[in-house]
Design a protein around this ligand. Structure first.
Ligand SMILES: NC(=O)c1ccc[n+]([C@@H]2O[C@H](COP(=O)([O-])OP(=O)(O)OC[C@H]3O[C@@H](n4cnc5c(N)ncnc54)[C@H](O)[C@@H]3O)[C@@H](O)[C@H]2O)c1
Length: 411
């Protein structure tokens, strides 16, 4: 099942549990606006290259729309649509005053030079500058984009509208980015894990973890879990997987990786087959890489008791059903990986205030938001008699539905 079908299915199930009126349900599902633009740039060799850029603005009932921009060859309107919709529910679950959006350009960023990427980003910004804005739609980095991309968007946008640091988040610190933003999603994953384990009378310290992905989210989650006394016993990335039943030395592994070493060459671990990673014995499994990695083929063999969805939609609906029957507790993506958008919100607030917070304040506020969202999800699970995924969806959908109804329909 593709991402859009899976997200829309979860939404419809939540709408049914909440007893939403069918017209309201339809209105919440249809995106506010879908933008498709042609972006032609001169390449470094003087030839022309054309790309298609997308921005799907899903909903703005609770505030400006918010979501990443990805540069990837397989960016397609259906997936962007699903991710924009997920952002609407995610920002509502996190209780940050935003709606949802997502965008992207169909391109292979690895095959473009830095100046070609800059030209492409500037042309894309020229085409959409009237449709984004501090109080309209606030982009952020996603796959294939980074703080430099946001700096170019900020610069190009500001040529039309004056200096506007809050038009994008995930910026470099020198241009108004927030301290703590880089670690935010991984830190949020750690806070979410702590909250879930505490509910079950357990803690990070003394639990074993398997992590798929050692990029931004996976490496921060691994470091922070290690600092809390958790044992990361297996870890994998696109190059391969390793394990150590006594727990991997994560700081040493980080040093090895930062010096350019591949996981499989790390001295203090055994190389393992990557197909065994997600079904490895452990207390907590944290997918931090791709979508759809847990499916009907491998879900029956999962041995973890808890799954924390740090990646976006790592569990397909068939796997969800299998895992539920096995008694595996799944903490859903729209809550578990919301640390990034929460600190993006803090970045936007700091830019609007013109006042920079220290990192301690950012982390403390993030902890408050993550804990509060967890307890609101649990309350929904109790009142709706549902699992955590539906608890999170009903919480998010209900908040957006209430805001929509309060704003009214009069033209
Ligand atoms: N970065 C954020 O703030 C953020 C926020 C919310 C959700 N997410 C989601 O978290 C996930 C990871 O994002 P990221 O920012 O860490 O990306 P990243 O590009 O920094 O890292 C991705 C990691 O996944 C690994 N990987 C790729 N293909 C793999 C494969 N086939 N098998 C095993 N590992 C593989 C890569 O080697 C890398 O270690 C994505 O699903 C993303 O949408 C990220």
């Amino acid at each position: 099942m593709n991402a859009l079908a899976a997200t829309s299915r979860n939404f419809r199930q939540a709408a049914r549990l909440l007893g939403l009126d069918s017209k309201l349900e339809k209105s919440l599902l249809i995106p506010f606006r879908e933008i498709k633009v042609e972006c032609t740039i001169p390449k470094d060799d003087g030839t022309l290259a054309s790309f298609i850029g997308f921005r799907v603005q899903h909903d703005n009932a609770r505030g400006p729309m918010k979501g990443g921009i990805r540069y990837h060859p397989e960016v397609d309107p259906d997936e962007v649509n699903a991710l924009a919709q997920l952002m609407t529910w995610k920002t509502a679950v996190a209780a940050v005053p935003y709606g949802g959006a997502k965008g992207g350009i169909g391109c292979s960023p690895g095959e473009l030079s830095s100046s070609e990427l800059e030209r492409l980003t500037r042309v894309f910004t020229q085409k959409i500058h009237d449709l984004i804005g501090t109080h309209t739609d606030v982009p952020a980095p996603d796959m294939g984009t980074n703080s430099q991309t946001m700096a170019w968007i900020l610069d190009e946008y500001s040529k039309f509208h004056g200096h506007s640091p809050a038009v994008v988040t995930g910026k470099p610190i020198d241009l108004g980015g927030s301290l703590g933003r880089d670690a935010a999603t991984g830190r949020g994953v750690m806070y979410a894990t702590e909250a879930l384990l505490a509910e079950h009378g357990k803690s990070i310290s003394g639990s074993t973890f398997v992590i798929q992905g050692f990029g931004n989210v996976g490496s921060w989650a691994a470091q922070l879990i290690h600092e809390k006394g958790g044992k990361v016993i297996a870890l994998g990335d696109v190059t391969g997987s390793i394990r150590n039943k006594n727990g991997l030395d994560i700081p040493a592994l980080m040093k090895h990786r930062n010096e350019g070493g591949a996981l499989k060459d790390f001295h203090d671990a055994e190389v393992m087959d990557s197909s065994e990673l997600l079904v490895h014995e452990c207390d907590v499994l944290i997918p931090c890489a791709l979508g759809g990695v847990l499916n009907r083929e491998n879900a029956p063999d999962v041995k973890a008791k808890f799954i924390i969805e740090a990646a976006n939609h790592p569990t397909d609906p068939e796997a969800d059903e299998i895992l539920a029957k096995k008694g595996v507790t799944v903490l859903p993506d729209i809550y578990a990986n919301s640390g990034g958008v929460i600190v993006s919100y803090f970045e936007w607030v700091q830019n609007i205030q013109g006042f920079m917070w220290d990192e301690e304040k950012v982390n403390m506020e993030l902890h408050k938001y993550m804990n509060s969202a967890f307890h609101h999800i649990k309350a929904m699970c109790k009142s709706q008699d549902c699992n955590l995924r539906m608890g999170a969806f009903t919480l998010g959908v209900n908040r957006v539905a209430r805001a929509t109804l309060l704003r009214g329909w009069e033209a």
